[in-house]
Design a binder for this molecule. Sequence first.
Ligand code: NDP
Length: 268
Amino acid sequence: MTSTFEWREAPASDYAVLGDPVGHSLSPRMFSAAFAETGLPYQYVATRVPLEEFEAAMNRLAGLGYLGVNVTVPLKEAAFRWCARHEGLAERIGAANTIRLAERAGTNTDAPGLLDVLVEQAIPEGPILVLGAGGSARAALAALSDAGRELALWNRTRTRAEELLEELSVSAKVLDTIAAGGFAAILNTTSASLSGQELSVDWTGALPGALAFDLAYGPQPTPFVRDAEAHGVRAIDGRPLLVAQGARAFEWWFGIEAPRSAMLQAVA
Ligand code: NDP
């Protein structure tokens, strides 16, 4: 079991995952396994940071000597604004999930990590439906659009979906209901599963071999994964992405190949 700290009480450490909530995160387990495997002498903790306290928390962690952080829900856009320098797709996406504190440098490893997972999963040709319009939806839409995929987008707050597409200059059909018919993959980037909430999805007519991909994960299959499987659609939760984006974060921090199998084993 990983200990989670409130940022005001966080101990001196080297790396951390920041989020709110963050108690569910498997990042400490995954990065501790990566450090053990590669002989890096670092510690990694999970720390809860409310959105409005992000700046203050980062100042405290920098003062405590933290070298880097991963950032999760709902802090990725605040993390982008905190960074003075952006690398990779962070600038295009407007969200950062991996930071080097000393340089105030940030990157986004969700976007390339997500493409890694879709390649591993061999999804069929065809359009992709993205659910949600937060930080990880930004990454998904930018990466998939740049990769030439046809896209559709649904968000609980429709106007936010429309604004997001305009900001990213991505073209996608905005849907009012979630219907999987004709899609090769349905990516749930909402945080609904984190609070155990179900989305109302019509799974009829998903393409053969289509993938339901919930970015969230937990000790039990998420409501989205359960619902897809109950309707005969193959489904994965966020663990493969956790490893893919984590491996890319590791490589960005340390410039050496990440021990992917040890990382995967640690979260399996
Ligand atoms: P954000 O807070 O930026 O965005 C949350 C989105 O979820 C918004 O679009 C919001 O809609 C929507 N939402 C929240 N609650 C509900 C609900 N009950 N029903 C429908 N929609 C809802 O979050 P992130 O994009 O940063 O993260 C989203 C999820 O992805 C989290 O579960 C996170 O853990 C997971 N994730 C996992 C990764 C991994 O490595 N496995 C990597 C990245 C993300 P609205 O606009 O209407 O408020």
